[in-house]
Design a binder for this molecule. Structure first.
Ligand SMILES: [Mn+2]
Length: 344
């Protein structure tokens, strides 16, 4: 598999790096790290994402080189941090899968995919044992003897910090710490990175006040084990360009007594409903709950999207009921079995 990747990269001159429509620090950091790593091999890199980079990610130097149109020509595509069709609506809408399928493609990802996996790649390097796609890219670069510059190391460190919430969740392994040490040796500076990130994630006063509204509206179900709130289209329009509304309350709500999972629904005018799921350490049910609605993710962090026009109240009650069921099942499992679940 490694050899095939080496060969495909070696043969290509113009390489298209593709992120899904839900960019985060991992997908953007992976793109930018690849830009440096394969750029240093003398390749031309074109970075694509179907949507604009959210403001909170703009601390990653080079974000503005990511385009939302596909290039007219390329020799190879590398898809990072996603491997399901459902996360590429913009490519679907633009009718652009044909162009991508007509060239060799490499998928680099760490999500276990259940629904509509991308099925055309020449090589898929998908391994959920990695904390971030960037960590996987780091290992790939080292195996291949590709140079990892200070800039590339900094971007890779950002992918790890993003997906592990600062090395705090259980995707963090011993290898992740070793990678962090090696990246530090290569010149990445974590304290500096944190400072820049914090500066870029400052919120306008209006958002700070909106946070209070969301807290006020938060509901608690199943003996306060499930916290949930819904964000309608009007609020998405007003606030999303400035800040991701879910982030405002989701982590705080997990700190409320008895809460094990926090769900932020978004309700769009076109009938689409999304659910962003975050769980506490003791309740790794996020991926299973997301899969129930055709989504996916990790045990403590996952999401889903419902596009079949079902009314929100129906989706909401089914989601809360199923979450409660998963939480109850968790209690019946042996403690060491629970541990295994978290080790995905
Ligand atoms: Mn990721």
């Amino acid at each position: 598999m490694q050899e095939q990747i080496t060969q495909l990269v070696g043969q290509a001159q113009k390489i298209l790096v593709i992120q899904a429509d839900n960019p985060d620090a991992d997908s953007l950091g992976s793109s930018l790290a690849l830009e440096h790593i394969v750029g240093d091999l003398g390749k031309d890199v074109y970075m694509y994402c179907g949507v604009d980079m959210p403001t909170y990610l703009r601390y990653l130097t080079g974000w503005d080189r990511v385009r939302n149109e596909l290039p007219s020509t390329f020799d190879l595509s590398i898809i990072v941090d996603a491997s399901t069709y459902t996360l590429f609506e913009q490519i679907e809408k633009g009718g652009n899968w044909g162009a991508i399928r007509s060239k060799p493609a490499i998928i680099l990802d760490h999500h276990t995919v259940v629904e509509k996996p991308l099925d055309f790649a020449s090589v898929s390097l998908v391994d959920s044992a990695y904390a971030s796609t960037g960590e996987l890219i780091f290992e790939l670069a080292r195996t291949n003897g590709w140079r990892v510059s200070k800039d590339a190391a900094t971007h890779i460190m950002s992918t790890i910090l993003g997906d592990t919430q600062g090395l705090m969740n259980d995707q963090t392994t011993a290898r992740t710490y070793r990678a962090m040490a090696d990246l530090t040796d290569l010149g990445a500076n974590r304290p500096l990175l944190e400072e820049i990130r914090r500066e870029y994630s400052r919120m306008p006063e209006s958002i700070f006040r909106y946070k209070a509204e969301l807290i006020e509206r938060m509901e608690f179900s199943a003996g306060n084990r499930i916290a949930h709130v819904a964000i309608p289209q009007a609020e998405i329009n007003e606030h999303s360009p400035h800040y991701n509304p879910a982030v405002l309350v989701q982590f705080d709500s997990l700190q409320v007594e008895h809460v094990e999972i926090s769900i932020v629904f978004k309700i769009y005018d076109n009938g689409k409903i999304t659910g962003k799921l975050r769980c506490n350490y003791s309740a790794p049910i996020a991926a299973k709950l997301a899969e129930h609605f055709g989504g996916g993710g990790h045990p403590h962090s996952a999401g889903f999207k419902v596009t079949n026009g079902r009314p929100f109240n129906e989706v909401k009650s089914e989601c809360i009921e199923f979450a409660e069921q998963l939480l109850n099942n968790l209690e019946q499992e042996q403690p060491d079995e629970t541990l295994q679940h978290t080790n995905t």
